[in-house]
Design a protein around this ligand. Sequence first.
Ligand SMILES: Cc1cc2nc3c(=O)[nH]c(=O)nc-3n(C[C@H](O)[C@H](O)[C@H](O)COP(=O)(O)OP(=O)(O)OC[C@H]3O[C@@H](n4cnc5c(N)ncnc54)[C@H](O)[C@@H]3O)c2cc1C
Length: 467
Amino acid sequence: MATLFNYLNVPLLAETDILVIGAGSAGCVAALAAASGKPAYSVMLVERYGFPGGSSTQMLDTFYGFFTPGETPRKIVGGWPDRIVDELDRAGAIFLRPNTYGAGTGVNYNPERLKLVWDQLIQQQGIRYLLHTTLIDVAADGERHACIFWNKGGFQKILARRVIDASGDADFCHLAGLAYEIAGEHEPAQSLTTTFRMSNVELDEYERAGGKKMLARTMQEAVSSGRHPLPRKEGSAHEMNAQKCISTVAVKVAGLSALNADELTKAEIEGRRQAFVYEDFFRDEVPGFAQANIIGLSHQIGVRETRRVYGEHRLTKAECMAGLLPDNRIFLCGAPIEDHRHDQHGTEETYWEYIPGAGVYGVPYGTIVPKNSQTVWVVGRCFSATHDAHASCRSMAQTMSMGQAAGLASVQSLQHDQPASQITISSLQEELLRLGAILDLPDRVADTSRNGWKNNHQSRLASPSIS
Ligand SMILES: Cc1cc2nc3c(=O)[nH]c(=O)nc-3n(C[C@H](O)[C@H](O)[C@H](O)COP(=O)(O)OP(=O)(O)OC[C@H]3O[C@@H](n4cnc5c(N)ncnc54)[C@H](O)[C@@H]3O)c2cc1C
């Protein structure tokens, strides 16, 4: 483990049993699960931005992956991820997005409310929580990790017995010299997307004019006529948890790396440019949008994949498509491969491939344990998977599930003084089930009507959403 710093001279900020780096969907749940484990260990959660949630609050408003897609959806994720939705539900801040094409029924939420929910749960669980603080280097301090952070107070060090890397880009693993693949190394990386939100949309008018089907047709026509140079002809626009507002996943910026600051700068500029190309298109061509305008761009451009760590197990497309339920599974996934890459499969548009059979597979524990590390876990979009498998297993119900498993595993590893790769899987699974996680496909078909979540009392338009 090389370090730029003489870490001994860096002021000590904190010592903790479990350190979670990055407060995205995976990191927040990892910290919550670790803090709810028994016995109690000290847990610290550090985030580079001034708010929690990562992509869940920076740019998105829909959790996918709770339900399998198709006509007979099953609910396949539970535990802490449910609790997050329950809190949003209690505040009247969710509705279920109908099961159209795509990843199945989505749980649409108010992302600003979600920031509050993460903040409150993190504090309630007694987690030491530090925002505006970025990991920049790593060294070994005996059996502990010396993690060097930078914030406005300067360089500071946190000593941790266990680390969960939830930075999305596997920053800790990179700095610690653990092995990973960089997206784009073997096949084109998934593209980057600036999301944007528009207000003053007449949703009834949009729906009466044909909704989703009409939008797809209008996009095709706008591009082929040369009127609007849209980068994608299949972008989505869906109703938000706010009156007369829609949110989009439409922009497409390909061929630039989110790990290179020059390229990322170009990507941010291009993403914003494209967003306003779409604004013109919507206003000029789409019924219901004549008076609409952009009211918000994502906090940063959306990054689907960068580093994918090599773990004790590497999830492959073959395993996903075979619908394997391995004995050492820690959560389930039913989302299709949804690959937003540029030039593969003979299409410029998104490539979809669904899980056959029961439409679900189990994800092995080894996918969150980096190879050659004994006290580290890696969760979220940088977990151990091939490009194709990752393109299926990256929805937020799954990233939260990874966090849940890693949080509990870190507690178990401390309690029994076991290396990460050798904890007793059956005990971890018992703990997961105790929290409410789901490890077997339920028989019961889930109620995915708009009011299908427990307390959700909102009544919304019939089906203006597309995904
Ligand atoms: C455009 C786009 C649309 C998507 N649409 C959906 C969707 O509709 N529904 C869905 O379920 N999934 C969707 N996904 C996938 C999903 O959003 C991601 O896979 C998931 O959010 C990743 O969560 P994460 O916690 O691993 O990473 P992130 O959400 O990226 O969180 C990582 C966190 O770590 C912090 N961090 C990074 N580096 C450091 C550091 N060095 N020090 C401290 N903190 C650090 C970051 O600021 C961030 O808060 C989409 C993804 C993209 C890009």
